[in-house]
Design a protein around this ligand. Structure first.
Ligand code: SF4
Ligand code: SF4
Length: 264
């Protein structure tokens, strides 16, 4: 039986017999294509709730799988395996191991929000992609993505000073992600800015990058934002049971070390 929608099935799950003759009839190749059977035993029933706790994931329960998000997605156009609708399905059905197979793709969302504008159920698929990338990182499945590092640098500066100074943000972001400050595109951007922007503005920008500007009487507001942020981080850790996971991993590690020292 030929499979008409092969593009919807992972390549490794398609089994084609190149040479098969049954009762003298050649049914090789296309006519002998099967989908590998699979049994998923490790459902994570808490996954939807965990992702819904993280910023952006709140409305994942509204999804009715229409596929408009994937159809309008910028990244899907380049990489058909980038499929927000499918990932939302996996999350809602608790298929964690299936989702983890795409962990290197999910963070590639470019936050263009085309999916968000085309979603008929106000799911905010862009937010769900962010929340999922964050979930993967918090659970230790992926390293911290560059966009997460950028968010951290940006937020730290706002909380500390009540202002954003682009030069300082860029320098810190490059430093934390281990990238050199002098890169071709930065040099080119600086040259163009120097030749197009008025001297007064350039001087102001130069001073601001050296002396961090602050919003007046910001301390109280900054402290309140920081307190709120700490509460949210603690809430996320509780929802994802991160402290229990870390304690279990430490226990496992120390048991393995003890067993090794006894045997040696
Ligand atoms: S925000 Fe992300 S998921 Fe949504 S359309 Fe853009 S790239 Fe695709
Ligand atoms: S467009 Fe909205 S409702 Fe449709 S599949 Fe995507 S997230 Fe779900």
């Amino acid at each position: 039986m030929p499979i008409h929608e092969k593009s919807l099935i992972r390549q490794e799950n398609i089994n084609v017999q190149d040479e098969l003759v049954i009762d003298g009839v050649d049914v090789s190749g296309h006519w002998s294509t099967f989908i590998e059977s699979r049994a998923i035993m490790d459902y994570n029933e808490a996954m939807e709730e965990e992702i819904a706790t993280l910023p952006g994931g709140e409305y994942i329960h509204r999804c009715w799988q229409c596929g408009s998000c994937t159809n309008s997605c910028t990244v899907n156009e380049i990489d058909p395996e980038f499929n927000p609708r499918f990932w939302i399905y996996l999350i809602r059905t608790g298929m964690e191991s299936e989702l983890l197979r795409d962990k290197e793709r999910i963070w590639q969302c470019v936050s263009c929000n085309k999916c968000t504008y085309s979603c008929p159920r106000d799911v905010n698929p862009e937010g769900v992609m962010k929340a999922t990338a964050h979930w993967l990182e918090l659970k230790g499945h992926t390293p911290k993505s560059s966009s997460m590092v950028f968010d951290e640098v940006f937020t730290e500066q706002v909380v500390a000073t009540g202002k954003i100074e682009e030069g300082r943000t860029l320098r810190r972001f490059l430093g934390r992600t281990g990238q050199p400050l002098f890169q071709d595109w930065i040099i080119e951007m600086t040259k163009r800015m120097a030749s197009h922007l008025p001297v007064k503005l350039l001087t102001k920008m130069g001073i601001a990058s050296l002396v961090a500007p602050r919003t007046r009487r910001w301390a109280k507001a900054g402290a309140a934002i920081q307190e709120y942020q700490n509460e949210r981080v603690a809430e996320h850790r509780r929802a994802l049971k991160l402290d229990e996971l870390i304690a279990a991993a430490e226990h496992e590690l120390s048991s393995a070390e003890q067993a090794e020292s006894v045997s040696s």
